[in-house]
Write a protein that binds this ligand. Structure first.
Ligand SMILES: CC(C)(COP(=O)(O)OP(=O)(O)OC[C@H]1O[C@@H](n2cnc3c(N)ncnc32)[C@H](O)[C@@H]1OP(=O)(O)O)[C@@H](O)C(=O)NCCC(=O)NCCS
Length: 180
């Protein structure tokens, strides 16, 4: 039975937002983020405002068996969308829309992110190209995206992948996998 659900974030759910902030301040998450500093409540508030004005709202990954009411299940991760998918966007990396993923540290290395990302690709009717920009040494994340997204290019610090939702027949190549 399917036990992973993706549901749009409830911005009014303070306990959920606290969890998201806790996940964001996890040390591995910080090291793998562009901004590696501790995110304070104030900064987090600004991040939430950005999410709110984005074309695609964050999706919470729930884990459990309550099919009828997925949000009663356990929230264990988040998919976020920033950049060009933000209608008020202030020009971020050539206006591309960037996906981010963060899994509760207690639920990592259980293939949750692979399943959640696959679900996102298969179930969400959107038309854009969604990009992922990943630090070169973030091996888990590179493995994840090289399985499900198309490798675009790399620069000194980052690997870039994309998924074109208008072309579900695109070839997912394992280029950029760094041979791992
Ligand atoms: C990156 C992240 C989302 C991966 O989530 P996850 O659910 O733990 O990932 P999975 O269990 O699906 O594993 C992903 C791959 O990494 C591999 N992996 C896990 N631990 C590993 C390790 N220590 N060394 C090498 N590979 C490892 C898994 O085997 C899997 O590859 P496979 O499917 O080929 O076997 C999660 O670690 C996370 O939230 N990290 C912090 C935030 C972050 O870095 N986000 C990405 C930037 S957008």
């Amino acid at each position: 039975m399917d036990d992973i659900f993706l549901e749009m974030i409830d911005f009014k759910n303070k306990m959920l937002l606290d969890k998201v902030l806790e996940w964001r301040n996890d040390i591995d998450t910080r090291n793998n983020s562009i901004n590696t500093s501790i995110i304070t409540e104030d900064i987090f508030h600004n991040i939430i405002e950005k999410y709110k004005s984005s074309k695609y709202k964050p999706l919470i990954i729930y884990y459990g068996n309550n099919i009828d009411n997925p949000t009663e299940n356990n929230p264990i991760g988040i998919l976020t969308f920033i950049g060009g998918c933000n209608d008020n966007n202030d020009n971020n990396d050539n206006n591309n829309c960037f996906i981010g993923i963060n899994i509760d540290p207690n639920y990592r290395n259980k293939q949750i992110s692979s399943r959640a990302l696959r679900k996102f690709i298969n179930e969400f009717e959107i038309k854009d190209k969604i990009y992922a920009k990943i630090k070169k040494y973030n091996i888990n994340s590179i493995k994840l995206f090289s399985k499900l997204f198309v490798f675009s290019h790399m620069d000194e610090d980052f690997m870039y992948y994309y998924y074109d939702f208008s072309n579900k027949n695109q070839v997912i190549s394992s280029n950029g996998y760094l041979g791992l």
